[in-house]
Design a protein around this ligand. Structure first.
Ligand SMILES: [Mg+2]
Length: 392
């Protein structure tokens, strides 16, 4: 069988891998130790092949960490057949067990894996969504993620993005839950609700993966009641990420869905949260967990346990493209995350993502990830852009 396959589609050998930090426009995260525009929190990865085809991926980590990880990972990839993303990603996981699995290495494997799926699609002429099992849908609703502010400004922000056609919004981080002021928290939510479009949806993200999150289960229970009263669609990261038992209790008690999982990596980390019933909605990040190969296994496991899956790969155009393909390839996916106002999402590609008249995003149908990076635009944010686009 292997012989027949290789005759039909000769191997495409990996000849080089490049990791490049994105710099200069890192969007604020609402973190208590706030991200500065000059910090690197995202990186791009290119995988070059002897067919002259390059695949691209991205990792949610400091680009300098991604470069160091790449020094470990590249020798394991060189000469491999790029058309076998799952096997190569597994090889990378297996061979880095001792060097900090689950951290930067796993984040960087994510970017390599996404790039390999991009190559597989470009070589076969198929979009990743087809390769991942087929397209349940051709478009999906992006929810616009916005940082929380004081109530007045919050309403204005929602209105600005509503005018751009968004129908679903998530607000989070900022002052929410951090000032010991339940009235302020409710005023922010009420201000956002007042500016929703007809039939619009509001989601709320406490952001308890922030450093020194001050609240626990009792706060989360009280706040869940307040959010349910305002018709909020889900309550995200209301507890520190490791509080598994409290998540289980909260999910059982809360009158609105509980979401989380964006900082976890590797499918094995998700297993207790999914099997114990910690989340109504799981939000793995394709640029952290191990790429498309790992993400679809997590999403399928979640769905088999009756847990909704919504991707969190909003952080670059490549992460969003990967999320869009999985949103097509899995049943029952109705949302993807979309950060409002980030250059790394809106200003890296030749053609920008655009909402249609219904406020939906088309799932790309061109080969691979189906988006084209613009080398000149990428060069504005990645000092090593030339190496990403070099052939060979
Ligand atoms: Mg979040």
């Amino acid at each position: 069988m292997v012989e027949e396959r290789s005759q039909a589609l000769p191997p495409v050998r990996i000849t080089g891998l490049v990791a490049a930090p994105l710099l200069g426009e890192s969007p604020p995260g609402g973190w208590s130790n706030e991200i500065q525009p000059g910090d690197s929190i995202h990186s791009l990865v290119a995988v070059h092949t002897d067919a002259g085809i390059t695949g691209f991926g991205s990792a949610f980590t400091d680009g300098r960490l991604a470069e160091a990880a790449m020094a470990q990972l590249a020798p394991l990839c060189l000469g491999e057949n790029a058309l076998e993303p799952e096997r190569i990603s597994e090889k990378l996981h297996q061979n880095t067990f001792w060097f900090g699995r689950g951290g930067t290495l796993t984040h960087t494997i994510s970017a390599i894996d996404i790039a390999l799926w991009d190559i597989l699609g470009k070589v076969t002429g198929l979009p990743v969504s087809i390769l991942a099992g087929g397209r349940h849908r051709d478009r999906v609703r992006p929810y616009c993620s916005l940082l929380m502010t004081e109530p007045g400004e919050m309403g204005e922000r929602i209105a600005r993005y509503r005018e751009q056609g968004f129908r679903a919004f998530k607000i989070g981080w900022g002052p929410f839950g951090r000032r010991d002021d339940p009235a302020l928290d409710e005023a922010i939510v009420a201000a956002a609700c007042a500016e929703l479009p007809e039939g619009g949806q509001l989601l709320v993200d406490a952001g308890a993966s922030d450093a020194y999150w001050p609240n626990g289960l009792k706060w989360a229970l009280r706040t869940a009641d307040m959010l349910a009263a305002h018709g909020v669609g889900w309550f995200e990261e209301p507890l520190v990420p490791d509080a598994l038992e409290d998540f289980v209790t909260l999910r059982r008690s809360a009158r609105l869905p509980i979401a989380g999982g964006e900082v976890m990596t590797r499918r094995q980390s998700f297993m207790p949260y999914i099997t114990r019933g910690a989340f109504d909605i799981v939000q793995p990040d394709v640029t952290k967990v191990g790429g498309l190969s790992e993400q679809r296994r997590i999403a399928r496991m979640a769905q088999d346990f009756g847990v909704r899956y919504v991707g969190h790969g909003w952080n670059t155009a490549l992460g969003l493209a990967a999320d869009l393909h999985l949103a097509a390839a899995l049943p029952g996916v109705d949302l993807v995350e979309y950060i409002g106002g980030s250059a790394y999402l809106d200003d890296l590609t030749a053609e920008p993502f655009t909402l249609d008249a219904d406020g939906l995003l088309a799932i790309p149908d061109a080969p691979g990830l189906g988006i084209r990076l613009d080398p000149e635009k990428v060069a504005r944010y990645a000092p090593r852009a030339a190496a990403l686009f070099q052939r060979g």
